[in-house]
Design a protein around this ligand. Structure first.
Ligand code: MV4
Length: 457
């Protein structure tokens, strides 16, 4: 199977990222865009561009008919979904394939299995991947109470159709379980069209560590080490790094081998990420992401592998033969997500950027679609770019990130740059000893405001 022309069914920095990979592979590109994105760089940098609807995502970037029409009109032979929007919708991948095009991603069946969190849990357990003690879909309060009794409190109720932290409730008291289950089922039904819930033992202070896997269509799979993603707020990641600074070589090897075993067991192909909860020196499967992720760049920096090019090659059926089997981390990489938002309240702040200057220099990478005069639209998420640094070790990566943040200027709209400047100084971050509660537990509005004032001085 050969690819000549790729349609990128996305926008923003990831659309640019995919266009860059295609250009280096000698492939033609087709951008699709909403009327709100008419002046976007992905439209300018692609070989062709097709308008697919108005600003509301439901009518453009989520409009399968319009995207397929754009692909047929331009003669694209492959579709890259990026992340978000249609990236994990099995139905979209199926339609792309039925129209005779290559979907640059996994088999739709794997998107389905991993989208159903109960099925994903069962599938992983059957493949020998550690999962927390838990249940299948709960039939009601009687079963839930018995399960909680067996597992021990606290437990967590999760929606089978949820994921990414949506539809979860922590139970610390048996008496609250029946009513919380009922509420959660109703909420899940409203949000996802499916009220199925399951229970797991609740881990109080875990770290979020995920393993990047690449797998070909011939049953081969390799890992590309792990990423640490515990610096987050309300399930939105803020900083990611690779490798994870608290993993022993043994634990890293175990976690990475487990991810490879899991990918092979289900016959997975393309890029995939296994998310684990790390509790001391135990790890448990949480979810699998079947797409390229925002934070893929930190893995690229420490492995030297272009993940998007790899993803495209794999989609054509190329074998993994050329990839090293065992990767040792090559230095340390950190990524800061830069958002157009209030740095203290995190409220999105769309608007027009009056001036922008991105940092540069040795070991600094900026993946961004914005420029002076660019308007951040309220229709889409508020990320305006990613600042990534690479250095020989973690202390030097932190110094380099502080230096790069100091050079970064975005004017006209507030951004979370002051939050990042504050974060990179926090003793818990610098020590590397932090868990998923670190950011929310240590937020210091006064200190962040001081960073805002320092920026304006
Ligand atoms: C958990 C957990 C503790 N115990 N499951 C949140 C996102 C989704 N992938 C799973 N999540 C969690 N599941 C059990 N049994 C804690 C979280 C969690 C979390 C996980 C990763 C990163 C940040 C988090 C923030 C809050 C809760």
């Amino acid at each position: 199977m050969e690819i000549r022309k790729v349609l990128i069914a996305n926008r923003g920095e990831i659309a640019l990222r995919v266009i860059r990979a295609c250009r280096e592979l000698g492939l033609k590109t087709v951008a699709v865009y909403s009327t709100a994105d008419a002046h976007s760089l992905h439209v300018r940098f692609a070989d062709e561009a097709v308008c697919i609807g108005p600003g509301q995502a439901a009518q453009s970037y989520l409009n399968i008919k319009h995207i397929i029409a754009a692909a047929e009109l331009t003669g694209a032979d492959a579709v890259h979904p990026g992340y978000g929007f249609l990236a994990e919708r099995a139905e979209f991948a199926e339609i792309v394939q039925k129209c005779g095009m290559i979907f640059i991603g996994p088999d739709p069946i794997h998107m389905q299995v991993m989208g159903d969190k109960v099925r994903a849990r069962q599938t992983m357990a059957a493949a020998g991947v550690p999962v927390l003690p838990g249940t299948g879909v709960l039939s009601g309060a009687v079963e839930a109470l018995a399960a909680a009794e067996r597992i021990g409190l606290p437990v967590i109720l999760k929606a089978s159709a949820g994921g990414g932290g949506r539809g979860m409730k922590i139970i610390r008291d048996m008496r609250a379980l029946p009513s919380t289950l009922e509420t959660a089922q109703l909420e899940a039904f409203k949000a996802f069209g499916c009220g199925d819930m399951y229970l797991e033992r609740y881990v109080q202070s875990p770290r979020h560590v995920e393993v990047q896997v690449v797998a070909d269509k011939h049953g081969d799979a390799v890992h590309l080490l792990e990423r640490e993603c515990s610096v987050q707020r309300r399930h939105q990641k803020v900083i990611e790094e690779a490798p994870c600074s608290v993993l022993s070589d043994e634990l890293r090897a175990d976690m990475c081998a487990t991810a490879v075993k899991a990918a092979k067991a289900i016959g997975y192909h393309s890029l995939g990420t296994f998310e684990f909860l790390l509790d001391g020196d135990h790890f448990y499967f949480m979810e699998m992401n079947t797409r390229v992720q925002v934070e893929h760049c930190v893995t690229e920096m420490i492995t030297g592998i272009d993940l998007v090019q790899e993803q495209i090659r794999l989609a054509t059926g190329e074998p993994l033969a050329h990839l090293n089997r065992e990767h040792k981390p090559r230095g340390h990489a950190i990524e800061c997500r830069i958002n157009a938002e209030d740095p203290v309240t995190f409220a999105p702040r769309p608007g027009t950027i009056s001036a922008v200057h991105f940092p540069g220099g040795f070991g600094v990478r900026v993946d961004s679609h914005v420029y002076t005069g660019y308007t951040v639209s309220p229709h889409y998420d508020s990320m305006v770019g990613k600042l990534i640094v690479h250095a020989p070790d973690r202390p030097r990566a932190i110094m380099r990130m502080r230096r790069a943040l100091g050079e970064c200027v975005i004017e006209g709209i507030p951004t979370n740059l002051p939050l990042h400047r504050w974060l990179l100084k926090q003793p818990a971050f610098v020590s590397g000893k932090y868990d998923t509660h670190f950011l929310e537990a240590n937020l210091d509005p006064e200190a962040i405001r001081a960073e805002v004032d320092a920026e304006q001085a």
